[in-house]
Structures are given as structure tokens and as C-alpha cells.
Design a protein around this ligand. Structure first.
Ligand code: HPA
Length: 269
């Protein structure tokens, strides 16, 4: 796998990419791209060994350019375990970004709110997570060139980045909340009993992504933060049927908020 990561990174280095910050845009979230002075757009299908995106709401390309004075590399479309990828494939682009020299990774996703105080449309800064997915990208022989065998997970979300997010959020008058994200395998949404369980074990939101990337980032010593756009309220006692079109529509409504938040964060890093 390491030789494939290196091959993909070499391909991008040869194209002149020198990003400082990596950004992953989740389901229904893409407006940040409009703020970037784009230098290059590279389809995943053109990059050696890159997995291909299968979800319709994900575009499937890397965007390189300048945002708030910094060189950024944005993944428009991420890979999910439920699509059939291995966890190593899910985090392949994060590994590649590390070899390109990024030091920071900013992640985003759409998630369901299981904390009854958290409402649809709000942004939640991840403070911690619970991995309920059936595996993680570090299983197997450890790749010492990327990181240590037993990475510390006492604080996978950078306190410095989270402090900046709250300072910027206050300035932008965003109603940011902070919480714990539970990652499930998907692709089906949860049953009432599962939402009840997820709440009871201490999560505030639930989604199908992000945690593999955060684990890879911790392994490689990257500074990381993640923001969930809360797209549905998962109250097990009054559970409305959710449909994915509604979830994407809510994500798109909050997309501008996330975009402004991350734009200013990149400037402040
Ligand atoms: N569950 C899992 N993933 C999700 C949800 C949810 O309720 N909403 C958006 N992504």
C-alpha cells in the first residue's frame, strides 16, 4: 500500500502541488470551493491507485489552489466504508496528502443529531468520537513510515483548531455546538432502538464517515478538526422517516455557514 500512496503523491507533486492544508467536504457540502482561487482540478480517476467515488452526491475530484492566503487541497467527494471500500482505501487520500506535506486536515460531514438539544441545520464541532464501524485503517502490519503502531487517541481533535473554530464562530454569530460523533457503517439509517443506544453510550451525533480519516490523521501526527452539519433530529420517540434527499437539502442550506467558518479558519492557521 505504501508504494501506491507514494505513486499517487509523486504524480501530484509532479503536477506542482504543495498544499499546507487538506480539506474534506462531506455530503451536500461544496460551497467552499467557490472561495478558492483554483489552480488545478484533478479527477480521482486520473490519479494512480486512487479509489473512485460511487455516491451521486459526491463529485470525485481534488481541487488545489489558494484559500485565505494558504495553499489548500480539497477533496470534493470522500470514500465511505458502505460503498465497499476497505478502511485503508477510505483513508488513502489522507495518506497521500500527508506525503504532499500537509500539516492540517479539516474534515466535514452531514450527521444526525441524537442530542435532543441539537437542532437540524446547526453545526457541531467534534470534540471526540466513538467508532462503531467494524474496523479501522490501522489494522494489519503497521506502516512505520506513516506512524507508530499504537497511536495515542487521547485528543484526536486539535484543541488549538477547535478553540479557533469557536472564536471564529462567535464572530460570525454561528450557533456552534460541540459534541461527540458516533461513526456507524451505514448505508441504512438507524432504527429507533439504535438511536436510543447511540445516545445512551454518550454520542451527540451519528454519521457514516470521518472517524477513519481522523484515525489516519492521528496516526500520521496531523493536526485535525471536524465539523458536522446536523441534518436530521433523531428522536427515537418521535422518529420521522428520513430520506436522503431531505438530508442533502438541509446540508446544502447550512453549506454557506460551514464554508465561511472554514474559510476564516484557514486564514487563521
Ligand atoms: N444517521 C447516520 N448518518 C447520517 C444521519 C443519521 O441520522 N444523518 C445524516 N447522516
Amino acid at each position: 500500500m505504501f508504494s501506491q500512496i507514494t505513486a499517487a503523491a509523486d504524480f501530484l507533486i509532479q503536477k506542482g502541488l504543495q498544499p499546507q492544508i487538506g480539506i474534506v467536504l462531506g455530503t451536500g457540502l461544496g460551497k467552499l470551493v467557490n472561495e478558492i482561487k483554483i489552480e488545478q482540478e484533478i479527477s480521482y480517476s486520473d490519479i494512480p491507485y486512487f479509489p473512485l467515488s460511487t455516491v451521486e452526491s459526491h463529485v470525485g475530484k481534488l481541487i488545489y489552489g489558494t484559500l485565505s492566503g494558504k495553499k489548500v487541497l480539497v477533496m470534493q467527494g470522500r470514500f465511505h466504508y458502505y460503498e465497499g471500500y476497505t478502511f485503508q482505501q477510505v483513508v488513502f487520500p489522507i495518506n497521500v496528502m500527508k506525503l504532499l506535506g500537509i500539516q492540517y486536515i479539516l474534515l466535514s460531514n452531514a450527521a444526525g443529531a441524537v442530542n435532543p438539544e441539537f437542532k437540524k441545520g446547526m453545526l457541531m464541532v467534534l470534540d471526540d468520537h466513538i467508532n462503531l464501524q467494524p474496523g479501522n485503517p490501522l489494522i494489519g502490519p503497521n506502516e512505520e513510515r506513516l506512524g507508530t503502531r499504537f497511536p495515542d487517541m487521547s485528543c484526536p481533535y486539535s484543541k488549538a483548531l477547535n478553540d479557533l473554530l469557536f472564536q471564529i464562530g462567535a464572530r460570525q454569530k454561528l450557533n456552534l455546538c460541540k459534541g461527540i460523533y458516533a461513526a456507524v457503517p451505514g448505508p441504512m439509517l438507524e432504527t429507533r432502538a439504535e438511536y436510543r443506544y447511540i445516545r445512551r453510550i454518550g454520542a451527540d451525533a451519528v454519521g457514516m464517515s470521518t472517524v477513519p480519516e481522523v484515525i489516519a490523521a492521528a496516526h500520521m501526527g496531523l493536526q485535525c478538526c471536524a465539523v458536522s452539519v446536523l441534518t436530521d433530529e433523531c428522536d427515537p420517540d418521535n422518529l420521522a422517516a428520513v430520506n436522503i434527499a431531505d438530508i442533502i437539502a438541509v446540508a446544502q442550506q447550512s453549506d454557506a455557514l460551514l464554508s465561511n467558518l472554514y474559510k476564516e479558519l484557514v486564514g487563521a492557521i
